[in-house]
Design a protein around this ligand. Structure first.
Ligand code: G3P
Length: 214
């Protein structure tokens, strides 16, 4: 099971969370990564935690002020990146070019999608993984695996219909180990989560609770 902790633009301490994720991942053997703000990638990667970008721009080196260059993300120590998060939606052509940018520098890729239909569409672009996240459940604490389990099983089917080797993750409202187990039972190989850890008073306790039943 893969767990990606997305720090979004929350007012958390990225290093404190990175160190907590590193320690809980090492102790549990569960593959947990952190996706901080781009400006924090180097500091987070230096903790030794698996580090992901929240986004890379669909560009190469050149006149692209304000972009997030895949080369810079990889140089900072990231090993993967999300694309097309619900809070940073892209045109299909830009997802495609973002994937090309990530692949150019060897970043693992997870493309997010709102629903199973979009999962099928983005799976066709050939990312390493797709993640279904119903936007209405993001940040609610109500897990997609409980509120809308069909969306996970339908996303798995939609992705497998395109490429049976692609990994399928789910996210939105996931914060407990029970939620992770439900996601796994529905066919997800990983989860994306944010507020359950980034907004927790005690991120270590939140992470330990997450991996406890795995
Ligand atoms: O990228 C994961 C995220 O959108 C889920 O957010 O706060 O519902 O875990 P949250």
């Amino acid at each position: 099971m893969f767990v990606l902790v997305n720090l979004k633009a929350y007012p958390c301490d990225p290093i404190e969370i990175a160190e907590a994720v590193r320690d809980v991942s090492d102790a549990s053997g569960v593959d947990i990564a952190v996706a901080p703000q781009t400006a924090h990638l180097s500091q987070v990667a230096e903790t030794g935690v698996e580090t992901w970008g929240q986004h890379v721009s669909p560009v190469e080196h050149g006149s692209h002020t304000g972009s997030t260059l895949a080369e810079a993300v990889a140089d900072a120590g990231a090993t993967g990146t999300m694309l097309n998060h619900s809070e940073n939606r892209l045109k299909l052509a830009d997802i495609d070019a973002g994937l090309a940018a990530a692949e150019r520098v060897g970043l693992d890729t997870t493309v997010c999608a709102n629903n199973p239909e979009q999962v099928g569409a983005v799976a066709a672009l050939g990312p390493d993984a797709v993640a279904v996240e119903p936007p209405e459940l993001i940040g609610t604490g109500t897990p997609v695996s409980k509120a809308d389990p069909d969306i996970v099983t339908d996303a798995v089917a939609a992705a497998e219909a395109v490429d049976e080797n692609i990994s399928v993750f789910c996210g939105a409202g996931i914060s407990t180990g029970e939620d992770l187990v439900s996601a796994r039972e529905l066919g997800a190989e990983g989860v994306l989560l944010a507020s359950g850890v980034a907004k927790a008073d005690d991120p270590i306790a939140a992470l330990e609770d997450l991996v406890e039943p795995l």
